[in-house]
Write a new protein. Structure first.
Length: 339
């Protein structure tokens, strides 16, 4: 099926297809910038990292996720999974060496900042900043950052269709504050309290992870009377905090007013922990927040989303996989007159 089917009044768009191609296009542009420093022979542009990410996503798709997770033996999917992860780790280690050789006075990216922090903490015996950890962080950014952001954007568009009044209010706020000509940027969130609240509520109401990212205890620990031995794998249930009935007014409902005060100003919530907390919080938190805000507002500014003709209801239950994403849907993306 074509990505868009044009009719006199609207276009039919697949949520997953649009978001996948947007994220892959941005990632390719970033990789092209990284690879521009190398001297490859003439030929097709190399995309080994993209291939590794695609292979991991395929293995951990809803069809195979539980089989791989619950398998008692080391199967072919396991080998493919680890081989693909190793490919991305190898890329990260190559980039690490290149950054060390071409250090600049001012840090230019995540790897530069991490290397700078390694130098600052080299005399600290308790420091966890090392090259191995850096490579693992890059792996997290490539894999976890892409899949979770795509799933959140899918849920966001689905919720905008389910709550058209919210969608209209977001668009009106953007038009009133920014007009139709000014490009939107991440700093604009401070001037768009309702839109900012909607973005936060999407991630709270439709948290894309089944469990938090596993972490391994680096040494023996005592916590609240519990002994946690060294190398114990600790998994957090962040979703339980996001739907805690003692902390949220309507935990099971999509309600942007969770993040608004009585005057309509945006308010932060201590119990809002989709990225974790402390030293082991998600390393891609700021990147994810920017991506979700910019992608969603750009789409809502250009299109009004609604159900296709004849479709009366949506399946809002998640599909189990590497992430919790919605069932496949077709939505109508109607161009805004001012877009």
């Amino acid at each position: 099926l074509p990505l868009f089917t044009t009719t006199p009044h609207w276009r039919m768009a697949g949520i997953l297809e649009i978001l996948f191609f947007v994220l892959v296009a941005l990632l390719i542009l970033h990789l092209r910038q990284l690879w521009s420093h190398r001297h490859y022979p003439p030929g097709p542009f190399p995309l080994p990292v993209i291939g590794g990410m695609w292979q991991i996503g395929k293995i951990l798709s809803p069809d195979t996720f539980l089989k791989v997770l619950l398998s008692k033996s080391f199967t072919r999917p396991h080998r493919k999974l680890f081989a693909s992860a190793d490919l991305i780790l190898s890329f990260a280690k190559e980039e690490l060496e290149r950054h060390k050789e071409q250090r600049k006075d001012e840090p230019q990216d995540f790897i530069d900042f991490y290397l700078l922090q390694m130098e600052k903490s080299k005399d600290d015996p308790n420091s966890t900043y090392d090259e191995s950890n850096l490579a693992e962080c890059v792996l997290d950014l490539f894999i976890a950052g892409t899949e979770t952001t795509a799933a959140t954007l899918q849920w966001g568009l689905l919720l905008m269709v389910s709550y058209p009044d919210v969608q209209d209010k977001v668009y009106k706020e953007m038009e009133d504050v920014l007009g139709s000509s000014l490009p939107i940027c991440y700093e604009d969130r401070k001037k768009l309290p309702y839109t900012n609240a909607v973005v936060h509520e999407i991630l709270r109401a439709k948290y894309p992870l089944l469990i938090g990212i596993p972490r391994r205890c680096a040494k023996d620990m005592e916590m609240h009377g519990f002994h946690i031995p060294k190398r114990t794998v600790v998994v957090t249930d962040l979703n339980s905090v996001l739907v805690d009935p003692t902390r949220w007014e309507t935990p099971e409902e999509f309600n942007p007013h969770h993040f608004l005060d009585t005057d309509g100003n945006f308010r932060s919530r201590e119990e809002y922990l989709p990225f974790g907390a402390g030293a082991r919080a998600c390393v891609g938190e700021q990147m994810a927040k920017m991506e979700i805000f910019l992608f969603l507002t750009t789409l809502l500014r250009a299109f009004r989303f609604q159900l296709p003709e004849g479709v009366k209801e949506l399946n809002n239950k998640p599909v189990l996989g590497l992430t919790l994403h919605p069932h496949p849907h077709k939505l109508c993306a109607i161009p805004r007159c001012s877009a």
